[in-house]
Structures are given as structure tokens and as C-alpha cells.
Design a protein around this ligand. Structure first.
Ligand SMILES: [Zn+2]
Length: 301
């Protein structure tokens, strides 16, 4: 069995474990290629998910300067893309600092989603959510004058155009997260192009692509595929792992203080969350308050 096949199988297993359950109230895409309604609540999935967490928790803490460890959902591609990232960082290097500010490597730009320095911490929300979840998140962002970045799965965005318009109408950015959320590193160039073309239309400058699971974010191939459609690749610096049902307190603690698998938010960092997270919306207000208490600026419109 080839390594690629093995990793693909692991990715498929984790995808099933994490699950993409479109709330029944939301019209789920009917295409057979859409994310699977999930077995996320099944005990078998739970066990696999817990095992993945155990592996993720066993990962060593990285230094503050290093890239964050990714969520267990991305572990299938961690080895290959960490190598790619390291090589990207080495080969792109830093240009000479100007005006005393250290230049960012390409890998750092990808992690920060190409934000200009000083724009503030970005709060990002992936995948899909119920109408209530999306509107609650938008309401909290609006109340705090914070600009969020949403990366809906294309299939969901097509089934819920009014919710995507709602995000945009409230001044939030929308990025491309592909059509049906595959690990792009396992697809042909043509299939990658189709997945990106079917993703939600990206609004915001620069227009961003967040590859599912972050897989391939630091590879030349995915960067070129994104650029061919006018997009820049966006990763994250803080992984809340809210998708696994983390409590609001845990999510907030990870963002403010980090833990064994993620560093905390720093200036111009990018926080990864998910619209469907059970406690994501509840974590939002204390998270914003806590970041501001640490004198960290948040991205605003
Ligand atoms: Zn996603």
C-alpha cells in the first residue's frame, strides 16, 4: 500500500469521524459529492475522534516562532506539508527588513492570511452552520465592531445563498473553502481547479482560499492553483479545535493562552473556528474581551 493511499484512507476516516452534518433545518446540498452527513454522534466516530485527539495531544509543544500544530483533522497531511512548509520558509527567505520591521516569510504570510501588519487578530469561521449559529456569530461580531472572515464550503454556500449574503451585507469577508471540502493534496491539478472554482466566491482583499484541513497550504502546487483563480492561500496561527465540541471556556483558553497543540493569539494572528461548533458562538464574546484585555487589536471593517 502506498503512503498516499494510506494517508488518504486516514483522511477519509477522520473526515467521517469529525463529520459534516448539515443541520436538518438547513437545506443540505443534494449532490453525492457533498460532505457526508455525519456519523459524528455515533460512538464509533467518537472513539476514532478521541484517538485522534490523543495523538494530537501527544504532539510536542512548538516554540512560539514555529507554526502551530494543526488539528487532528489535518494530521493525515501534517508530515508532508510541514516538510513543504519548512522548505517554503527556507527557500522564500526574508527580504531585507525595511524601516526596522522584520519581513515576513511566505509561510508566515500564509499563516496570517496576507494581512498587512497592524490589521489585528482575524477571527475566522469555516465550513457551515445553522441559520441561528451564523446569525448569532455575526451579531456578536457586529456588536463588537469586529470584522470576521467566513470560509463556507461551496456546496453549503450554494444551498444557503441568503446566509452568505447576510455575512457580506454585515461587512464580513467571505473566502473560498472549495466546493466539497476534500484534502486537495490527494487530487489531480484538474480536480483541484474544479474544487476551487466551485467554492464560494471570495470577497475581500486579497481574496483568500483556505484549503480544507489546511492540507497543502504551504505547497507550491496549491499556491499556484489558488493564484490561477486570483486567490491567495490562507492558513491560521491559532487552532481552537472547536469542531470537536470543546467548551466555550476551553476555546477561549486556547486562544488567550494556547495549550499543548496550539500557541495563543498574537498580534495579527488568525484564529480558526467553525460555524457549526457547538460552543463557538458562546466563546466569542469572552474571547474578544480577553484579546482586548491583552491589548491585542482585532480586525475591523
Ligand atoms: Zn473546513
Amino acid at each position: 500500500m502506498s503512503l498516499v493511499v494510506t494517508l488518504g484512507a486516514i483522511a477519509a476516516g477522520l473526515t467521517a469521524a469529525v463529520g459534516f452534518s448539515f443541520p436538518s433545518a438547513q437545506a443540505a446540498p443534494t449532490t453525492p459529492r457533498a460532505p457526508r452527513p455525519a456519523a459524528a454522534r455515533s460512538s464509533a466516530a467518537h472513539v476514532r475522534s478521541s484517538a485522534a485527539h490523543a495523538r494530537a495531544s501527544a504532539a510536542p509543544v512548538r516554540s512560539a516562532a514555529a507554526a502551530p500544530t494543526r488539528s487532528s483533522t489535518t494530521r493525515s497531511s501534517t508530515a508532508s506539508s510541514s516538510t513543504a512548509r519548512a522548505s517554503t520558509a527556507r527557500s522564500s527567505g526574508s527580504t531585507a527588513p525595511q524601516g526596522g520591521a522584520p519581513a515576513l516569510t511566505r509561510a508566515e504570510q500564509i499563516e496570517r492570511c496576507w494581512q498587512p501588519p497592524g490589521r489585528g487578530v482575524s477571527l475566522t469561521f469555516d465550513d457551515y452552520g445553522s441559520t441561528a449559529q451564523v446569525k448569532r456569530i455575526v451579531a456578536i461580531l457586529d456588536r463588537n465592531h469586529v470584522r470576521g472572515r467566513f470560509f463556507p464550503i461551496g456546496a453549503w454556500a450554494r444551498a444557503n445563498p441568503s446566509l452568505v449574503r447576510y455575512m457580506e451585507a454585515h461587512g464580513h469577508a467571505v473566502g473560498n473553502h472549495t466546493y466539497d471540502h476534500p484534502d486537495l493534496t490527494g487530487l489531480s491539478n484538474a480536480a483541484v481547479a474544479r474544487e476551487i472554482a466551485g467554492g464560494a466566491q471570495a470577497y475581500g482583499s486579497p481574496a483568500l482560499l483556505r484549503p480544507p484541513y489546511g492540507a497543502g497550504a504551504f505547497t507550491t502546487r496549491i499556491r499556484r492553483a489558488a493564484a490561477a483563480q486570483g486567490l491567495k492561500v490562507c492558513f491560521w496561527t491559532v487552532d481552537t479545535r472547536d469542531w470537536a465540541g470543546a467548551s466555550a471556556a476551553t476555546i477561549v483558553r486556547r486562544v488567550l493562552h494556547g495549550d499543548a497543540t496550539t500557541p495563543p493569539a498574537r498580534a495579527d494572528g488568525v484564529v480558526l473556528m467553525h460555524m457549526f461548533g457547538r460552543h463557538t458562538a458562546a466563546a466569542l464574546q469572552p474571547m474578544i474581551d480577553g484579546l482586548r484585555a491583552k491589548h491585542l487589536k482585532l480586525e475591523h471593517a
